[in-house]
Design a protein around this ligand. Sequence first.
Ligand code: DGI
Ligand code: FE
Ligand code: FE
Length: 202
Amino acid sequence: MVKEYKQHYLPLSRAQLVDRLQAALSAKRFAHVLRVEETAVKLAKRYGVDPEAASVAGLCHDYAKERSDADFIRVIKAKRLNPILLDYGNAIWHGQVGAELVKDELGVQNEDILNAIRVHTTGDAYLTPLAQVVYMADYIEPGRDFPGVETARRLTKQDLGLGVAYQTQATLAYLVKKGKPVYPQTLVTYNAWVPKYRKELK
Ligand code: DGI
Ligand code: FE
Ligand code: FE
């Protein structure tokens, strides 16, 4: 576990950051965020990523999840983010737009951390090792229970990129099955990661 931060990724101690998250989130989501942090730190140590960056990104990844649609729409317009975001909703906004709230309200400046938060739901063609760690920690944290989660945990331990490919394939299949709108970046992630790992995913 990361107890106190030695690096200044944000102007808060870990304890202060945890308090801010507790105030911003339901008890259930707050507990999820703590489990994602723990899982992200473990994966970070395994894969040579800075555990403090993994801690900050894991804690902050769902910071904005309970914000109103009006808050997100205001940020999309004020910061002139990609207007196609307006065709989506909270599922996409809490990461892509939520990263802006993490920067402005929590004071996180590190671009790798902000980007890992931005892409934690959709992925991207290129994902830094930290972004891969957060994407996978969110999916396999010990509170997750869905068909395939054990496979996801095993593959992620074996090869981080293979875990990314597994989650990306499963998420796209789920969205298609449910007839949900696919954010273009989610398709970009699929094309970049899934064919490359096709043989190991069988
Ligand atoms: O915020 P969490 O629930 O912890 O996890 P998350 O940020 O990975 O969100 C997962 C949800 O987001 C899951 O229900 C699938 C959905 N999602 C992922 N990609 C897309 C998407 N929803 C839509 N509509 N379009 C996408 O491209
Ligand atoms: Fe999320
Ligand atoms: Fe999450």
